[in-house]
Design a protein around this ligand. Structure first.
Ligand code: ARG
Length: 601
């Protein structure tokens, strides 16, 4: 079905056309000043300019045409030629009855084209950190939004599993297991035979995954530091990287084991966050695509040798700044981050034929994506009609304005952060006496939902590019613009409907709009507009703003009129229908943010 602004745009567009003006100028949107009107159309000014006429006269002609239409209760011209519009309560009610019967709440479906979203990027063997948290939260929300719009969505985790960090880890394991006295932290990995050096595919065995993950978290920073200081170790790590990439069994199998175990840990983290992927692929998956891709790019003149390296020049004539080439092979023959990203576009185009590929990655990687996109476009790896977007995001900071750290000053691990959120959520619930008499299981379920709502909403409510301060105290509060506040409001409406025995999914057959109901009713019709703003700009914060406004408007509605105590049965049932539509809309908006609402709390 069409949203109310789409329907009004049709009507006003026809009026413009009838006045010999361009139909597009009849675009109607929600009014900026709700105190003056419900909707507005600003097209008369541009239309007048094109027709070399006076804008107020143009607006007057459109308004005169619309006067015969039963849709409007007010048509006014303001300022230089703004057209202010109100719809009749009957029109509003009829639209809402239709929207209540629509499972997409008035959002118009797009063509079911495929879209790939890349919002993981955790690195094997390294702990996941809060940068990965933002990618996951924003990307998973965008996936839900695009799926709701009607796209076929594919979320790809795109793990960092092929770089030198893997060579460091593998060479360190081998080094330590060679020297039994030197293995205090290696409990997980032991040689199964003593004849180290023989080629044997199952040379090592990993005994238990928790130990492995703990080992890695201790080991990675040590090895990484050691490789910086010690040339010999660095060379060893690079050698191991090449051996893994050439699939030499001892190295490759060890790499694979570590990768498999790491994935278990990653999946658990994403599961806790209620973040989901369709594809569990990594940089390593495109390894075999790289040589033919580079050959092809060389043959067609897009890639060339440069001082022993292989590069794709991507600068354009109108670049204001120096624009570095994309490096495909370094002088030592190693492939780069950009190489795997380019080859991944080759793979995605071949396997999924997407119309869009969206990368939800830290804003600081913008230059990298610009280089990759340019190379893909120049060479035709991504045809011109395929959208490539880097939906970058800012940094999550601590109270000191610096990237969020643990109290000890280290990088905050994702699972620790979630645990902190959970602990705080429990304390908040205790304070507010929420879920007080629930069973332990239900209480824990509510606490988990509160924690996730708090963390996700705090992140998503910001403009994507902006940095923000992660303030656990504020974002877990049940008051103000927070996830927990919205959950609480949604649950209150659910319990009100339960008291009235009213089914949330019930379709409304008649609505009565009085002064008290009108603002809430109008706001409910605006869900598709908030949705479109979020979809078109990859900006979930529009849905956050909308959900918060809806909760506040509902509070006003609730305190200004009778619902359960309303004696007029028709009005009571109309108001219950508004409540049901409110909670459905709220739950849908929150669901698109990846936040789920408990039945009660
Ligand atoms: N692994 C990278 C990192 O931790 C992020 C990968 C983002 N995705 C991509 N296609 N490059 O910084």
């Amino acid at each position: 079905m069409k949203s109310i602004t789409e329907k009004l745009t049709d009507i006003v567009g026809t009026a413009f056309e009838s006045c010999d003006l361009s139909r597009e100028m009849g675009f109607v949107r929600v009014a900026d000043r709700p105190d003056l009107a419900q909707f507005q159309c600003n097209g008369a000014m541009a239309a007048a300019k094109a027709a070399k006429k006076n804008p107020r006269e143009v607006a007057q002609a459109v308004v005169d045409y619309l006067k015969n239409d039963k849709t409007f209760s007010k048509l006014e011209i303001a300022g230089p030629g703004f057209i202010n519009l109100n719809v009749t309560d009957e029109y509003l009610a009829a639209h809402m009855v239709e929207a209540a019967g629509d499972d997409h709440l008035g959002v118009t479906a797009v063509k079911p084209d495929t879209v790939v979203l890349d919002y993981g990027g955790p690195n094997i063997a390294k702990p996941m950190h809060v940068g990965h948290l933002r990618a996951a939260i924003i990307g998973d929300s965008l996936r839900r939004i695009m799926a709701f719009a009607g796209y076929k969505t594919l979320g790809d985790v795109h793990m960092g599993d092929w770089g030198t960090h893997m060579g460091m880890i593998v060479s360190e394991y081998i080094r330590r297991s060679n020297n039994a006295n030197n293995t205090p932290t290696i409990t997980a990995l032991v040689p199964v035979t003593s004849n180290w050096g023989q080629s044997q595919s199952s040379f090592f065995t990993i005994q238990s995954s928790p130990n492995l993950m703990d080992d890695l978290s201790v080991m990675y920073p040590l090895v990484s530091a050691a490789c910086k200081e010690d040339e010999e170790r660095k060379a060893e790590a690079l050698d191991a990287t090449v051996k893994i990439q050439n699939k030499e069994p001892q190295y490759y199998n060890l790499w694979k084991k570590i990768r498999d175990e790491s994935i278990i840990g990653m999946k658990a983290n994403y599961e806790l966050l209620d973040v989901h992927f369709n594809l569990w692929k990594g940089e390593s998956d495109v390894h075999d695509l790289i040589p033919p891709m580079v050959d092809d790019l060389k043959m067609r003149g897009f890639a060339m040798e440069d001082d022993g390296a292989v590069i794709v020049p991507v600068k354009k004539n109108d670049d204001k700044k120096e624009f570095p080439p994309l490096i495909l092979y370094k002088r030592d023959g190693a492939v780069m981050y950009g190489t795997t990203d380019l080859a991944t576009i080759v793979e995605r185009m071949r396997d999924y034929k997407p119309v869009k590929i969206i990368y939800v990655v830290d804003q600081r990687q913008h230059l990298h994506f610009e280089q990759v996109f340019r190379a893909a476009r120049l060479s035709g790896i991504a045809p011109a009609d395929i959208e490539l977007t880097h939906a970058g995001f800012g940094t999550m900071n601590g109270a000191d304005g610096k990237p969020f750290k643990t109290r000890a000053g280290g990088v905050m691990r994702l699972e620790d952060l979630i645990a902190m959120g959970l602990e705080k959520a429990r304390a908040r619930m205790e304070e507010a006496e929420i879920a007080k008499d629930f069973s332990a299981t239900e209480k824990e379920d509510v606490a988990h939902k509160v924690a996730i709502a708090a963390i996700k909403f705090a992140d998503l409510q910001n403009q994507r590019h902006a940095d923000y301060v992660f303030d656990l105290d504020r974002l877990t509060s049940f008051e103000g613009k927070t996830g927990p506040y919205l959950l609480y409001q949604a649950v209150r409406i659910k319990s009100l409907l339960r008291k009235a025995d009213y089914l949330i999914g019930k379709t409304a057959n008649q609505l009565i709009i009085q002064d008290e109901d009108r603002p809430l009713a109008l706001l409910l019709t605006q869900f598709p507009d908030a949705f479109d703003a979020a979809l078109n700009n990859y900006a979930p914060h529009h849905l956050c703003d909308y959900a918060y406004k809806l909760a506040q408007e509902f509070s006003r509605f609730y305190s200004s009129c009778h619902i359960l105590s309303e004696e007029n049965e028709a009005l009571k049932s109309s108001r219950l229908a508004l409540c049901a539509l409110t909670v459905r809309t709220m739950e849908t908006a929150l669901g698109l943010l990846g936040i789920s609402v408990p039945e009660r709390m």
